[in-house]
Design a protein around this ligand. Sequence first.
Ligand SMILES: [Zn+2]
Length: 402
Amino acid sequence: MNTTQKRKVYVQDVTLRDGNQALKKPWTIREKEVVFDLLVDLNVDGIEIGFPSSNQTEFDATKLLAARAPKSISIAALTRANRNEIQTTWEALQHAANPRMHIVFPVSAFAIENVLKISYEQVLEKIYDSVSYARTLVGKDIQIQFSGEHFGDAMENLDFATKAFLTSIEAGANIINLPNTVERYRPMLFVDMVKHVVSRTPEGIRVSVHAHNDLGMATATTVESFYAGASQIEVALNGLGERAGNTNLYETAIALHQCGEDVGIRFHRIYPTAKRISELTNIPIGEKTPVIGEDIFSHRSGIHQDGVAKTVGKKKGAYRTFTPEFVGRNDEETISFTNQSGARAIRFLFEKEGISMREEEIQELFHKAKEVSSREGNREIGIEELSLWRKEIQPTADSGVL
Ligand SMILES: [Zn+2]
C-alpha cells in the first residue's frame, strides 16, 4: 500500500456505543437523538449507533437512529460473532440508508487462552462463520466491519492476529478495525503492528484503528496510525468511552488537520458540541483540557504575553495552535495579570478597552499590580481593579484616551 498518497481521513464516531455503554447513566433514546444530531452537524463520516443485541432499549434506539440517518453517513451497529446476535442486529440496523454491520471477536493470545479458552483454529472458524453468515444476511453491497478485540495485546501472536483479519476479509469483511482495547504500551509499538497488518491487507480494504486512552496517549496512537496506513479513525466526543475513554475526536481531528490532512469535520461546531455533551453526561470539562478547556486561551507569563500581543489576530499565534473562533468559541485569546506577568499585559488590557497610556503610567500600574498580586497569594488582577488604581494614581484620568 502506498502510504505517501494523499488519503482522506475517515472519521468514525463511537460515542453512542462505546461512550454510552460506559456512562454512569446511559442516555435515553431522546438523548441519543440529540447526540446523533450533533454528530451529523459535525459532519463525521460514520456513526456507530449502538449494540442492539444487548438490550431492548439499545435495539429500539438503533432502529430509530438508523431510520433517522442521512445516506451520506454510514451507520454501524456492533454485534458479537454469533448468528443469533447478528440477526437481531440486522433487524434493527437494516432501516439505515447506509448500514454497516460491525462484528467483534478477540484475537490476542491472552484473551484466547484465558478468556475464550478455545483453540486458535476455532477462533478462525468462528470469525469465518460469523462474517460469512452476516454477508449472506446483508447482501453484497452492505459494509461489514470486523474488529479483532485486544489487537493491541497481540504482539506475541501478531501473525495469528493478521491471519484472523485476513480470514474476516475472505469471509466478506470490507473494513478491518484494529483496537488498542486497553492502552498498555507506547504508541509506536501499536503503530508498528498497524503497519504489519496494513502491508498484508489487500487493496480496497479499509484499515481502521480504535484506541483507548488508559495512559493518555490515544490521540498520539491514532494520529500516527493514520500515517501507518489506517485511513479510518474511531473517535468519541469529549473522549467518552470505557475507563479513561476513547480517542478524543476534537484533538485528533485538529492534529490531522494541522498536518494538512483532509478531515472533513466542521471545526467551528466543536466547542458548542463539547459543551452540550458535557451537559448531557454531567461530566465537566477540565479547565486545562486541550481544545475545549476554559483556560486554554489565557496567557499569564510575561514572555508569553509579549509574543501573544504581537501575534494576536494572526492565523498562527506565538503561543497557540488555533484561534478560539476556529473551534467555535466566543471567548478571545486573553492576557491576564498575575505576579508572573509583564508590563506588556497592562498595556494589552487597557488597549483592549480602547485606552492607550504613556509608558510611565503603565510602569507605575505594573509595579503596583505586581506588588499586590505577590502580597495577596499571587492572585489575578483584572481590568476593573487596574482602572480604579489608574484613577487613584492619576485623578484627572477621565475616559482615558490620550
Ligand atoms: Zn472500545
